[in-house]
Design a protein. Structure first.
Length: 102
């Protein structure tokens, strides 16, 4: 039986590493200002992209179990929260609440 324990550890390690890079870039004044994006927007966008990327890797690999629907949903939610900070439209939260409904 395949499991995703190793993939989960890659995700959380990657998110912590990305958060450190973002907070470090913000402290040094290197974080680009796009729209109303804060450091949290960058972190959530990075977490969403990383989650979706790891889901694609697990689909193409025989080592990891196939991602569940919730793995995809969480990746999209994280990415939408991040994108919401870059846009002036506050459309990401309504999409987040409506999208998982059947």
């Amino acid at each position: 039986m395949k499991n995703n324990k190793r993939l989960d550890s890659y995700f959380w390690g990657g998110v912590l590493l990305w958060a450190g890079v973002v907070f470090g870039g913000e402290a040094m004044g290197l974080l680009p200002q796009i729209g109303n994006a804060s450091s949290w927007s960058w972190i959530f966008l990075g977490a969403g992209v990383l989650s979706i990327g790891l889901n694609l890797i697990s689909l193409s690999s025989e080592i990891f179990a196939d991602p569940t629907a919730w793995d995809w949903v969480w990746g999209v939610i994280f990415a939408l929260i991040g994108v919401g900070g870059f846009t002036t439209l506050d459309i990401s939260w309504p999409i987040i609440f409506i999208a998982p409904c059947p």
